[in-house]
Design a binder for this molecule. Structure first.
Ligand code: GCW
Length: 667
């Protein structure tokens, strides 16, 4: 339950030093709820780490942590501490002589972030001597998206019921909301969409707004703004208008009044997230209007209050089934320049749907006149739900570091996101009311790493894994090395045993758990796994080059050339962009068929390695968590074998190639 905020006692000598150096917490100036939260966290954290609860005097000569802003800097320090470059949310941690440590910031929220950063520094083995660290977030909006329904089910959630206990809101505020806020603030998340993008109109009625407002009140001191997913047809469905046409004056008026009403109860409301004309959701196209018409209508309603619209680009339709991967670009690119300045288009990391591996979404960098926000999935809809260990840091990093070649070389996804006038990143939350929050102990790391990369999109997944392992499991170097090793190998293992070589969407239909490459009889072509792998006696893979769907040309020229060419396509994306014959030779020296077998086997073997590494940590980790992880790894290994055997049996059958010896046919 404590997540990475465990604050376990430090080793005895370090503990003694910290007792001296942090005997007092001094926080001059008005004690706002945010400043109070910072002080409380330091008291809690140092109390745990040093096993001595600090005092909170008005001032202290030495042995103190001082939380200061330019206007609360004590007289003797005036002119001596620079706050330059910290911005509104950044912080500086600075050791002064005489056992004084400063947390300096321009705002209370900067002080809260600085307090968490100082505690993280101590938790991961850092000391207070010679400290001078400055940091500030590179993106304005660092958001979680909850796919939580009013009945407390969570779409694609594997961690129990929604943490939002709507039935008891607004009168009862679960203590979890505060711990949720602390955990998010500790990594710098500053926005949260409370409800599912498949939204219910009722969320915008007064009694639900009141519930959202109560949550917002709890989150506010932690710098977290509340947003809501809005159902596009709400005014019509709630009986207020005869249509939901975004150009209809009555509809526009309803939304404007709705925004006024929301801001009257939630003055810092963030805005609306909208899934429109996607998977059956209503939208402006129902009235012959464009995504821009729809987004701008909501943007106009929010504008006077400073709110924004996050308009999702996740669209694909049954009427154009040539290549689902092309549809978002085809629909949105022509609208570039038409969106209001308080709209951002929220684009999934890849063109299909949160697969274990996809190329980047072609819309990154393709809409220079429009703010684009990246959407990642933290919950593991396509990566084995909560039982499979898959650390997503390397996947996020892979996407963020990919060069889009838009506007020249070196324009990585991270760089483009950071340069947007309305900059942001969103992660579909993996949080629920399970005791461990995320469905498994290791899935907490995905929440953590999303937050850390949202703060600093050019960060390293490996560094973050080490940090998380130290805070969550143990400060022992060997334990950290081993756990980090497991984490860093885990996502590629999943790619290998589920969808290697650029394959995608082979999961069981609907639930997306387990293999089903044979399914090919569903109503919509792009729901069928067979649509994606296209395996038959001749070969396997989706031709997205000029001889096929030509999706490759949606990328900037260097990428289009790289991906479109069989010789230069990165091997991990081969079958995403190309159709290959089973016996074609690959640079690895293996044929396509042998390479496929190799990857499936390698994935299974990697899980075996994870199991053995974990088994070796038995006495180094507490028994309860040790057992939980062991059990899940055993499930993962069985299911990796299931994936391998089922997929290889199927591909062997369609290709007429021999099944590798030892492969079990599924019953
Ligand atoms: O990943 C798919 C999911 C849907 C989800 C949709 C979306 C919220 O299978 O459950 O709906 O994407 O992102 O809108």
């Amino acid at each position: 339950y404590d997540l990475w905020l465990r604050y376990q006692p430090l080793a005895a000598p370090v503990q003694a030093e910290l007792r001296q150096a942090a005997a007092h917490i001094v926080a001059p100036g008005a004690r706002t709820p945010t400043l109070q939260a910072a002080v409380d966290e330091l008291v809690r954290g140092i109390g745990g780490l040093a096993r001595q609860v600090p005092a909170i005097p008005e001032s202290a000569e030495s042995g103190a942590i001082l939380l200061v802003k330019p206007d609360t800097l004590p007289g003797n320090l005036k002119g001596k501490v620079s706050f330059d470059g910290l911005g509104q949310e950044g912080y500086r941690l600075l050791s002064l002589g005489g056992a004084q440590t400063l947390i300096a910031a321009n705002s209370d929220i900067g002080l809260l972030y600085g307090s968490f950063a100082l505690l993280r520094h101590l938790q991961t083995g850092g000391g207070l001597q010679g400290l001078d660290i400055s940091d500030s977030p590179r993106l304005q909006r660092r958001m979680l998206n909850h796919w939580d329904n009013p009945d407390r089910t969570v779409e694609r959630g594997y961690a129990g019921q929604s943490i939002w206990d709507w039935w008891k809101l607004p009168d009862h505020l679960d203590a979890r909301y505060t711990d949720y806020a602390r955990a998010n603030a500790s990594v710098g998340i500053n926005g949260t969409v409370l409800n599912n993008v498949n939204a219910k109109a009722e969320m915008l009625t007064p009694r639900w707004i009141e519930k959202a407002a109560a949550v917002a009140d709890v989150l506010r001191p932690y710098g977290i703004r509340v947003y809501l997913s809005a159902r596009f047809s709400a005014p019509f469905e709630l009986g207020a208008t005869a249509t939901a046409d975004p150009l209809d004056p009555a509809v526009r008026d309803w939304w404007a009044k709705k925004a006024d009403e929301i801001y009257a109860t939630i003055p810092d409301f963030g805005g609306f997230l909208v899934k429109a004309n996607s998977e059956g959701q209503p939208g402006p196209q129902d009235y012959g209007r464009s995504h821009a018409d729809g987004a701008n209508m909501l943007a106009a309603a929010l504008k006077p209050h400073g709110g924004i619209v996050l308009w999702r680009a996740f669209v694909y339709s049954e009427t154009d089934a040539t290549d689902r991967a092309k549809q978002a670009y085809a629909e949105f690119k022509p609208l570039d320049g038409q969106f209001a300045d308080n709209v951002t288009v929220q684009v999934k990391n890849g063109p299909i749907d949160f697969q274990p591996r996809e190329p980047i979404h072609p819309l990154f960098g393709a809409m220079p006149e429009t703010s684009v926000t990246a959407e990642f999935q933290i919950t593991k809809e396509y990566l084995g739900f909560a039982t499979h260990l898959a650390y997503l840091g390397p996947m996020y990093e892979e996407v963020l570091k990919t060069d889009t070649f838009r506007g020249g070389e070196g324009q990585t996804v991270a760089k483009l996101l950071m340069a947007e006038p309305l900059s942001g990143i969103a992660g579909v939350a993996n949080i629920g009311s399970d005791r461990n929050w995320s469905g498994s102990h290791f899935d907490q790391a995905n929440w953590y790493t999303f937050g850390r990369l949202a703060w600093s999109p050019e960060g390293s997944a490996a560094d973050i894994a080490r940090e998380w392992a130290a805070m969550t499991f143990s400060r022992d170097r060997e334990v950290i090395d081993k756990i980090t090793g497991m984490m860093m190998a885990s996502r590629e293992a999943v790619v290998d045993y589920m969808t290697p070589m650029g394959l995608a969407h082979l999961m069981g239909t609907g639930h997306h758990y387990g293999p089903a490459p044979w399914v090919n009889d569903l109503a919509r072509p792009e729901w069928n796994p067979a649509y994606y792998h296209r395996a038959d006696a001749g070969g396997i893979g989706f031709d997205r080059t000029a001889t096929g769907s030509n999706a490759a040309v949606q990328y900037a020229a260097p990428h289009a050339a790289l991906y479109g060419n069989r010789q230069t396509v990165p091997p991990e994306l081969l079958l995403w962009f190309h159709r290959a014959g089973w016996d074609e030779a690959l640079p690895s020296g293996r044929t396509v068929w042998a390479e496929l077998v190799y990857h499936y086997d390698r994935g299974v073997a990697a899980v075996g390695t994870m199991r053995r590494t974990w088994a070796g940590l038995e006495v180094r980790v507490d028994p309860a968590r040790f057992r939980d992880v062991s059990d899940f790894l055993a499930i993962q290994e069985q299911e990796a074998i299931w994936w391998r055997d089922a997929c290889l049996a199927y591909f062997a059958a369609v290709s007429g190639r021999a099944l590798p010896p030892g492969t079990r046919l599924p019953a």
